[in-house]
Design a protein around this ligand. Structure first.
Ligand code: AMP
Length: 224
């Protein structure tokens, strides 16, 4: 029979929330700096809970936009999430100590090649804007005094202006290749995006001894 888990053991256990793809790949060197090596590749194993070389640290694989939610409710003690995701979530219950400077890109407004965006804005036209990032888009256009109708999409935003669903999109741009391939032009840069470490506020207090060396290792690599 297993011995019941003591309260002290709970304070030892750490759960890190990551999303697959770029964030997972670019977090691996940071984990390595903290002496943590994951035991499996989530792309291959399909497992959602992955062990590490430290029996007290595990990684959970969640959708990028769900990372702040898992950390907010304490289902994960800490996680890595893009500034875009954090802005949409609002950041409640999260401590954001470090800009990890990974998964860098920018949030931009883009339109079809033939659309005169500057003129439409000058004339005070009401714009239809398709995006997954409704909070960021709403704040951006409100600060410019531009009236918009927001159309919420969950992916492939680039398609919307091509088929007449919207006048403009708000989306992440990295190389600009996706925009070019679809004859779209970036007309406004809203903000630079990178991924940040987020920590559950209660975990930061209760598990500080366990967390602090990891945060320090992450910070030393991020600043380098
Ligand atoms: P690119 O063609 O390199 O400009 O990449 C643009 C496409 O990749 C768009 O569909 C974006 O939504 C997506 N993308 C770019 N950077 C990121 C990122 N850091 N996180 C998530 N999606 C991204």
């Amino acid at each position: 029979m297993n011995a019941p888990t003591s309260h002290t053991d709970d304070f030892q256990q750490l759960t890190l929330a990551l999303s697959k793809g770029r964030i997972f790949e670019e977090t691996l060197p940071l984990l390595e700096a903290a002496g943590i090596r994951v035991s499996e590749d989530p792309e291959k194993s399909r497992k959602l809970i992955i062990g590490t070389n430290d029996p007290n640290i595990r990684v959970i694989i969640v959708r990028a936009s769900d990372v702040p939610t898992y950390v907010q409710y304490g289902a994960a003690d800490f996680g890595v999430a893009g500034k875009d995701v954090l802005q949409e979530h609002g950041g409640a219950g999260l401590y954001q100590p470090i800009d990890l400077q990974i998964a860098q890109c920018r949030m931009s407004v883009a339109v079809s090649e033939g659309f005169d965006y500057a003129r439409a804005v000058r004339q005070g036209a009401r714009l239809r804007v398709a995006t997954k990032y409704t909070e960021i888009a709403r704040n951006h256009f409100a600060s410019k005094g531009v009236h918009i109708d927001l159309i919420k999409l969950y992916g492939s935003m680039e398609l919307a202006p091509l088929v007449g669903l919207s006048d403009a999109i708000v989306d992440l741009v990295s190389t600009g290749n996706t925009l070019r391939a679809n004859h779209l032009i970036e007309v406004e840069h809203i903000m630079d995006i990178s991924s940040r470490l987020v920590v559950n506020q209660a975990a930061l207090k209760l598990k500080r001894l366990r967390l602090q060396p990891i945060l320090d290792a992450f910070a030393s690599v991020a600043g380098a």
